[in-house]
Design a protein around this ligand. Sequence first.
Ligand code: GLN
Length: 360
Amino acid sequence: MTQTMNQPLLATASLTLAAAFALGFAAQRPDSGGVQAGLGYVSSAQDAPDVDGVDVVLDSAHSRFAGVKDGANADYIPVLAEVDSELFAIALVTVDGEVHVVGDGEARFSIQSISKVFSMAQVLSQLGPDALLEGIGVDATGRPFNSIIAIEEFQGREMNPLVNAGAITTTGMIPGADADAIFASILANLSGYAGRELDVDLAVCASELASNQRNQAIGALMHAYGLIDDHYERAVEVYTRQCSVSVDTKDLAVMAGTLANGGKNPVTKRQVLDPELVPRVLAVMATAGLYDDSGKWLFSSGLPAKSGVGGGIIAVSPGRFGIAAFSPRLDAAGNSVRAQLAIRAVSDALDGNPYHVTPR
Ligand code: GLN
């Protein structure tokens, strides 16, 4: 991973993804539901998938992609380079609250940019959709997640909450008396989606606070364009703490499952987001969840998703399930190679693409 994420340094990774897709995935897609195919099981109904089938599908995807070595850990946050690159876990949570995990499910890692989804949801809840539309925007930048050029192009506008400039602006909009109070409300919000009390990985936080000069520049630039108030340095600090929150793959799947279940945590049964706001969140994930590769991702999977440079990715099959995968090696855009492969394979096997409809 380069310091700036502006140079594609792992072009082979995306080629490999494309090849894997061409070779394997299309063949696994069912013509209609209810047939044995590829990974062994295909759901026939547009509802929560069958429990036994899910375990078979997860196991198959895990063993199929465990040998993929493409990509590299992020290293522009120094501590991320030290994470075991072989870690690999997949988790799926149905809207009925069934939890399935395979692989290194106990491994904890930093949530990174996946947190942006839930802080966006918090702003939607607390300030309303217009505040998001006007204060940040909901358009794809088509640029790397930490692009300065994207800010310059429209003087800080035409952005979205899932790239760093928009996400730092998001944390700058969340009400609170000081950094601790704002962060406490962000952490409580994230914990509601996960269904347990989350906390910060202090080593990641320290490493990122010591190396986040680029994000400091982004915060200052957004302030200069009038989109973040005088507390822009505080916004960057709170954003950095938010990215350092520690999760496991199951936590992420529960968070995704909450979005799949109309904003109600399917495990704790707590309504954490107004169902009316969920489609807005999913729309921005579909538009910009995998940065400048968001179009490619949506084209091949159909799933609103979000990645983080810690190696996690979440994806949502609305009304059916949330899925998460974790593996630290990233492609040139900063998206986990194995997590993309695994999520797409699992979703395809369970007929998870919301755009796929069997004609009547
Ligand atoms: N904290 C990271 C950063 O600001 C998050 C980036 C990411 O996960 N894409 O660079």
